[in-house]
Design a protein around this ligand. Structure first.
Ligand SMILES: [Zn+2]
Length: 92
């Protein structure tokens, strides 16, 4: 089963995987014609093109931080909550 494409990181529209007809290599692009986002790199393997498109380090970092915050908020550890508050305050 192939990995699903994440939506465009800029506008949230669905992404497309395409095979270039001359080089036969793969690339991903945003389906919103007003956006214009595309991975300019081409890959011999569709899975590599999808993996590159789906790489979102900042998004992944925020998800990890959010998960950690949710775990702390569900505890009775007031010290951890205070530290979390200061940590989040530093991000804003
Ligand atoms: Zn887009």
């Amino acid at each position: 089963m192939s990995e699903e494409l994440k939506p465009c990181p800029f506008c949230g529209s669905p992404a497309e995987l395409e095979q270039e007809k001359y080089s036969m290599e793969y690339f991903c692009w945003c389906s919103n014609e007003n956006c214009g986002c595309a991975d300019i790199h081409e890959y011999k393997d569709a899975r590599l093109a999808i993996r590159a498109w789906n790489t979102r380090p900042i998004e992944d970092e925020l998800r990890t931080a959010l998960k950690k915050a949710m775990e702390i908020l569900l505890t009775d550890d007031e010290q951890a909550k205070a530290e979390l508050f200061l940590e989040l305050k530093g991000l804003t």
